[in-house]
Design a protein around this ligand. Structure first.
Ligand SMILES: [Zn+2]
Length: 459
C-alpha cells in the first residue's frame, strides 16, 4: 500500500510515511457534547473512519491508534445545561450516548481511544504552567492567555497573517489581552459555573488546550495524523500547534494535517437563522444509516458536499443495486482471498471515495454478467472486501431489503401473506394469489418467485 494524502501543512498531496514504520497514531477532534450531532458533525467521523479502516488494513488492527476526544467542558455545554434545566453530567452523558448510537448507525467504528476533557484537567493546568514558565503565556485578570508574539511561526498552518487573524470573527477582543490575537488557555469561573482549582484561581480550560493535552496523553508530543473539519484550521488547530510546539520545544506537532470540506444542506449553509440544521437522528428516521453513509462518500472529502434528499434517495437506489448483485450471488461462497484492489487504490489516492464507489459499482456490474462459478465467487469476495473498506454492504441482502420502516407493513405480515398466497395457488385460487401480489406491490413490496420459493423486497 502506498497511501498518498493531502497535507494542509504543506498544501500538497504527500506520500504517507509514519514516524514509526510499524505503528500509526491519528488524532481527530471529536464532538462537543451539548446537543444531537448534525450531519455536518458526522462528515469528519465518516471520513476518518474510512482512513482508520485503510490504515488498519496496511498496518494491522493493533498498530493503529485512532484517538477521537470528547469535549465535555465548554461554554456551549454550560449554557445548554442551564437552558435545559439539567446537570452538566446528565447532559454530557446523554448526548455522548446519542452521539455513539448515531455514529454507529452511520457505520463508523469506534476509535481506539476516546479521552474526555474533564479527565485531563490536571494535565491542562500542568501544560499551561509550562507555557507560562517558558514565556509563551501570561496571566491577566484571572485568565491565562497564550502570547502569540512569542511564537514567530504562529499562523503558518492556516497561512494567515496577523491582520487576517484579528479580523477573523473568532478572535475575541478583550482589554486584558496584550495582543488581540492572544487566545485563552484558562478562564475564571464564577461560583455558579463548573470550575477547578488552579494556580490562577478557580476556573476552566479553553477549548484549544484540551486537544493539545489529550493528544499528548494518548499519542505523545508529536504524532502522525491530525484530522478535523476545515473550519477548525483557524483558530483551533493553529492554536493547538502553538501550544504543543511551544510547550514541548518541538518544531512539529502533527506530521500530516488532514481536513474535510464544508457541508451544505440543499444548497444552503446550515445556520440557526435558516433553521436548516439536520440532525443525524432525524435523517436516520427517513433513510437507512448505510444510505446516509454512502451519500456522505459520494463527494471527495476535500470538496464541499451538498446534502440533499435527492442525493440520499440516489444513494439508497445505488445500495439496492449493490445488494441485488450480492443477493444474486447467494448460491456461491465468497472467495475470502479476493481483494477489491481498485477500491483500495482509489482510497489510497487521498481517500478518493467517488472513484472507490465507481470501482465498487463496476464489480457489481461484472458480477451481474458473470456465469462462471469460480469467477462469481471471486467477484462476491471482491464486492464484500470493497464494501468493508467503505463500511457498506455489511448486512445480509435479505436484511437490507426487509428493512422495516415505522409506517409500512412489517416483515412478519408480509411473510404471512406470502404463505397465504402459496396456499391460494395450491388451491388454484389464482384470483386471490394475484390479489395478494398486487396489494403488496401497492405498498412497495415486490415478490419474486424462484426455484427456492418466494422472496420479497421493499422497493
Ligand atoms: Zn481539537
Amino acid at each position: 500500500m502506498t497511501l498518498h494524502i493531502y497535507n494542509t501543512a504543506s498544501r500538497q498531496k504527500e506520500k504517507f510515511v509514519p514516524r514509526d514504520p510499524k505503528n500509526v497514531g491519528m488524532y481527530v477532534c471529536g464532538p462537543t457534547v451539548w446537543d444531537f450531532a448534525h450531519i455536518g458533525n458526522a462528515r469528519p467521523v465518516v471520513i476518518f473512519d474510512i482512513l482508520a479502516r485503510l490504515l488498519r488494513i496496511e498496518y494491522g488492527n493493533d498498530h493503529v491508534n485512532y484517538v477521537r476526544n470528547i469535549t465535555d467542558v465548554e461554554d456551549k455545554i454550560i449554557d445548554a445545561a442551564k437552558a435545559n434545566g439539567e446537570s452538566i453530567d446528565d447532559l454530557t452523558t446523554r448526548t455522548t450516548e446519542a452521539f455513539h448510537e448515531d455514529m454507529a448507525a452511520l457505520g463508523a467504528l469506534p476509535p481506539n481511544r476516546e479521552p474526555r476533557a474533564t479527565e485531563h484537567i490536571e494535565d491542562m493546568v500542568e501544560m499551561i504552567g509550562t507555557l507560562i514558565g517558558k514565556g509563551h503565556a501570561y496571566e491577566a485578570e484571572g485568565h491565562v492567555l497564550f502570547d502569540v508574539q512569542s511564537m514567530p511561526t504562529y499562523g503558518k498552518l492556516s497561512g494567515r497573517n496577523r491582520d487576517d487573524m484579528i479580523a477573523g470573527a473568532r478572535v475575541e477582543i478583550a482589554p486584558y489581552k496584550k495582543d488581540p490575537a492572544d487566545f485563552v488557555l484558562w478562564k475564571p469561573s464564577t461560583p455558579d459555573i463548573v470550575g477547578w482549582d488552579s494556580p490562577w484561581g478557580r476556573g476552566r480550560p479553553g477549548w484549544h488546550i484540551e486537544c493539545s493535552v489529550m493528544s499528548k496523553a494518548e499519542l505523545g508530543d508529536t504524532f502522525d495524523i491530525h484530522g478535523g473539519g476545515r473550519d477548525l484550521i483557524f483558530p483551533h488547530h493553529e492554536n493547538e500547534v502553538a501550544q504543543s510546539c511551544c510547550a514541548h520545544g518541538e518544531e512539529t506537532f502533527a506530521q500530516y494535517w488532514v481536513h474535510n470540506g464544508f457541508l451544505t444542506v440543499e444548497g444552503e449553509k446550515m445556520s440557526k437563522s435558516l433553521g436548516n440544521f439536520r440532525t443525524v437522528r432525524e435523517l436516520l428516521a427517513e433513510a437507512p444509516g448505510e444510505a446516509l453513509r454512502l451519500n456522505m462518500l459520494s463527494a471527495h472529502y476535500r470538496q464541499p458536499l451538498d446534502w440533499t434528499s435527492d442525493g440520499v434517495k440516489q444513494s439508497k437506489t445505488n445500495l439496492d443495486r449493490l445488494y441485488t448483485s450480492l443477493q444474486s450471488l447467494s448460491d456461491v461462497d465468497a472467495d475470502l482471498d479476493a481483494v477489491a484492489s481498485d477500491v483500495q487504490a482509489a482510497l489510497e489516492d487521498d481517500i478518493n471515495t467517488p472513484k472507490a464507489l465507481t470501482a465498487l459499482y463496476a464489480l457489481s456490474s461484472a458480477a451481474n454478467k458473470e456465469t462462471d462459478p469460480e469467477s462469481r465467487a471471486r467477484l462476491k469476495g471482491k464486492l464484500l472486501s470493497g464494501g468493508k473498506m467503505l463500511g457498506v454492504l455489511l448486512q445480509e441482502p435479505t436484511d437490507w431489503f426487509h428493512n422495516d420502516t415505522d409506517d409500512g407493513i412489517s416483515g412478519d405480515e408480509i411473510d404471512t401473506l406470502i404463505a397465504e398466497r402459496i396456499q391460494a395457488k395450491a388451491d388454484k385460487n389464482y384470483a386471490r394469489s394475484d390479489e395478494i401480489r398486487d396489494n403488496l406491490k401497492e405498498q412497495g413490496i415486490t415478490l419474486e418467485d424462484g426455484a427456492g420459493g418466494t422472496t420479497w423486497k421493499r422497493v
